[in-house]
Design a protein around this ligand. Sequence first.
Ligand code: DGY
Length: 348
Amino acid sequence: EVWNPNGKYRVVSTKSMPGTRWINLLIEQDCRLEICTEKKTILSVEDIVALIGDKCDGVIGQLTEDWGETLFAALSRAGGTAFSNMAVGYNNVNVNAANKYGVAVGNTPGVLTETTAELAASLSLAAARRIVEADEFMRAGLYDGWLPHLFVGNLLKGQTVGVIGAGRIGSAYARMMVEGFKMNLIYYDLYQATRLEKFVTAYGEFLKANGEQPVYWKRASTMDEVLREADVISLHPILDKTTYHLINKERLASMKKEAILVNCSRGPVIDEVALVEHLKKNPMFRVGLDVFEDEPYMKPGLADMKNAVIVPHIASASKWTREGMATLAALNVLGKIKGYPIWGDPNR
Ligand code: DGY
């Protein structure tokens, strides 16, 4: 699909993206926009090299693509200087290679913070209250009357939510769980989450002043402290060498038997084989997963586990957010081409 065929700058988007604002932004600024309409979900490096062609000023790409040496070299050969991932995470992008070939890299932070946190909260609740299992039970026609033991789950109020990685998304999730469900909070991050801490302190005081049970919070000095103490744990680190298989067999074993583990970050943060084993041995342990180690695949056995709620990497999938991500990705590419500062810059 080609927009503004006579535009001066050739910009390629490897996928169609929601909304029209991003398209208008580019064509109004003299770009010829080419949107790849290839049906297969994941494009190979060769597919993208072909899309880049001989002349290309910038590319908007997706987290499913491998943006390494080959693609940045191809983009640079075609005269390109700008690449934006339509994602906040950029573990699929080799930023050093981009720097080497003089290509600026952008990502799309900010617009997906609350949407992603809401999905992490949804998975926490779905796991705690066994919503998916109960839904399947109803649809299978198995409900024959109320019973005291039917789908008994966990009450979140008064339990402790643990957050690993208290950046934008982790902090938004923590606020939702503390304010929405009156959970206590323990978090681990390399940095202090000052705004989150101010919020929980003030909220705790507000509850106390109103005669309600206050919430407690602490910053853990190790991640293992969070894993041992929390009832619901949500993972929000970036994926890099230091966070690969952060949650392994030993760490799973250190968690409470009835804990809930939620992952809306990146799949390889959890050793998925170890997780399946743990789920099998501990039926009261539950997970809510939006991401998987080898997407789009799941490790054998995971899909059979009743104690797992699994969704297909949809944490940022609200209309407002996806349109915002597309707009930011276009602004990033346009910014570099036109010489404005780019919005999301992982080098900063
Ligand atoms: C991201 O932005 O990194 C998400 O995984 C997709 O929205």
